[in-house]
Write a protein that binds this ligand. Structure first.
Ligand code: NIG
Ligand code: FE
Length: 417
């Protein structure tokens, strides 16, 4: 790589490579796996996209004193031992593209109404569907761009985003086109776009007929036009049954999409077991997962994605994260950012909840938002650790130590590249 396209960061107060986490496949993580380097340096290449300099690949990682001679000519930034350098965070579960406002539902929930009651009365997901259908693609794109910028300030460099607020062929495609435009607009961010047509049954249509549309029309079109990378299903009481979910997921697999599942959230439907059996990238939520479900995930390659911000926001009991970890599952944390059950993009704040209420330790928290979350998207070959050859997707934190990310509860966005 030519010197003019190399950049060097020196004197990071601490640099976490996450190398040991990869070596352990994200399971049973211990403190030394985070790969802590005191006074660290990072060399990476850049490329120019639409006249903008974008980080490309990591060339070298180590202690500043060990920086090889050949990199001395490259343009350098001195972090003056005041800023920590970490792999860019991965938010492996968001519903980021939507329109509308559900603050009145939040007020009702604060007054004692439940999420399920509000949904039964036609609010909840269906409320956001009405607003998202009414919005233009441009409006959805603009609001999504603001959200992505906010996420970047928390150090997030990889984002999964789901459709699921269109609930008919055309409106779902509109959401997915917005996701495609985001990929072009933010070359420094790696997005995974997920088709979640089976998020709820649209008003005024039979479930059987809607499932036919998903399986026969939307999945084939989404796959052949490369409008999504993955397909997700909300398997729960009042939404889709395990058999319906299984049919949709198998159709997605046949079409060449990756799969994932909103599993065992509001009730136990043994959908974690299904996710493991079908080889899903991830099973997400898991508030009601059974011991059998825990074993199924622990013995599979499916990442357990826990969303503690959602349990907090719904005042529900948290997922059994410690048990999943101790049984050997690969556990990730994500925001679940959405207007109903977790209205925040602040993944570090979600880490604080996980630290306090799920009992995750420093190394487990770090793995859960980096390498393990990259696995939940199938992106672990490119993202999640700071190692030569990986994407230069890193975050420079506005503080000296990694743990300030979640010790400073809900700090305002301010991480940089
Ligand atoms: O992840 N569980 C299903 N879907 C979302 C909620 C979406 C909404 O309420 O708008 C979730 O919690
Ligand atoms: Fe979700």
């Amino acid at each position: 790589v030519a010197a003019e396209s190399l950049r060097v960061l020196v004197h990071a107060s601490e640099l976490l490579t996450g190398e040991g986490i990869r070596n352990k496949d994200g399971r049973l993580i211990e403190e030394h796996d985070i790969g802590l380097i005191d006074d660290g340096a990072l060399v990476y290449s850049v490329k120019s996209i639409k006249g903008r300099e974008v980080p490309a690949k990591i060339q070298w990682v180590g202690r500043t004193v060990d920086l090889p001679q050949k990199y001395l000519k490259a343009r350098r930034t001195d972090l003056k031992r005041r800023r920590a350098l970490i792999p860019g965070l991965v938010d492996a579960h968001t519903h980021l593209v939507f329109a509308g406002d559900r603050s009145s539902e939040f007020a009702r929930r604060c007054g004692g109404a439940t999420y399920e009651e509000i949904a039964r009365e036609g609010g909840g997901i269906l409320h956001t569907v009405t607003a998202t259908r009414a919005a233009t693609e441009e409006q959805l794109f603009k609001s999504a761009c603001l959200r992505v910028r906010e996420a970047m300030g928390y150090g997030i460099r990889t984002i999964e985003l789901k459709s699921g607020y269109g609930l008919d062929h055309e409106a779902e495609l509109k959401q997915l086109r917005v996701a495609k435009r985001l990929k072009q607009e933010f070359p420094e961010i790696l997005f995974q776009s997920t088709y979640l047509g089976a998020h709820a049954v649209p008003k005024g249509r039979s479930k059987a007929e809607y499932i036919e549309e998903i399986v026969r029309k939307t999945i084939p079109e989404v796959a052949s036009r490369k409008l999504a990378d993955a397909c997700d299903v909300f398997i729960d009481e009042g939404y889709f049954t395990r058999d319906e979910g299984s049919r949709i997921l198998q159709a997605a697999l046949r079409a060449g999409l990756q799969i994932k599942v909103h599993a065992d959230e509001l009730s136990n439907t043994a959908s974690s077991e299904l996710a493991a059996r079908l080889g899903a990238l991830s099973a997400d939520h898991l508030l009601q997962i059974s011991d059998t479900g825990i074993e199924a995930l622990a013995h599979s390659d499916t990442t357990a994605v826990i969303l503690p911000g959602t349990a907090f926001y719904l005042k529900a009991a948290h997922a059994p994260a410690r048990r999943l970890i101790e049984r050997g599952a690969r556990v990730a944390l994500a925001s679940d950012f959405n207007p109903g059950t977790c209205m925040t993009l602040n993944l570090p704040a979600v880490m604080t909840i996980a630290a306090l209420y799920l009992g995750l330790g420093r190394a487990e928290l770090f793995a859960a938002v980096t390498y393990n979350a990259a696995c939940a998207l199938g992106f672990e070959d490119r993202r999640g650790t700071l190692e030569p050859g990986m994407d230069a997707a890193f975050a420079v934190l506005p503080f000296e130590r990694f743990e300030e990310l979640y010790y400073r509860f809900a700090w305002p966005s301010g991480a940089t590249t």
